[in-house]
Design a protein around this ligand. Structure first.
Ligand SMILES: C[S@@+](CC[C@H](N)C(=O)[O-])C[C@H]1O[C@@H](n2cnc3c(N)ncnc32)[C@H](O)[C@@H]1O
Length: 82
């Protein structure tokens, strides 16, 4: 049964409901110029698609994510890059 006051948090999909593909930040960083990208800031990190793009391109990245579960998943994705 669906609760009438269901919240977005209750409807949270796994691992995240609204990510974008890693290719997108990767293309944005390349367009900006990798040499000019000293540090990328992602204030809404989610499961870390931008951080992964940065890792792949060798660009430093910092980010914020309010949801610990998403943050853990992001860290796991980044670690799995090796
Ligand atoms: C659209 S998602 C970002 C998805 C990310 N681009 C990806 O591909 O994984 C936005 C994220 O911002 C986080 N968020 C919302 N408000 C925040 C805040 N004040 N500080 C840090 N993170 C926040 C949410 O938990 C959510 O995971």
């Amino acid at each position: 049964m669906v609760h009438p006051l269901e919240t977005i948090r209750e409807r949270k999909q796994r691992p995240h409901p609204s990510t974008f593909p890693v290719k997108l930040p990767e293309m944005c960083i390349k367009l900006h110029g990798i040499k000019n990208a000293k540090l990328i800031l992602d204030p809404l990190m989610g499961i870390g698609s931008t951080a992964i793009a940065c890792a792949k391109l060798g660009v430093a990245c910092v980010g914020f994510e309010v949801d610990e579960e998403y943050l853990r998943f992001a860290a796991q994705r980044i670690r799995s890059l090796g």
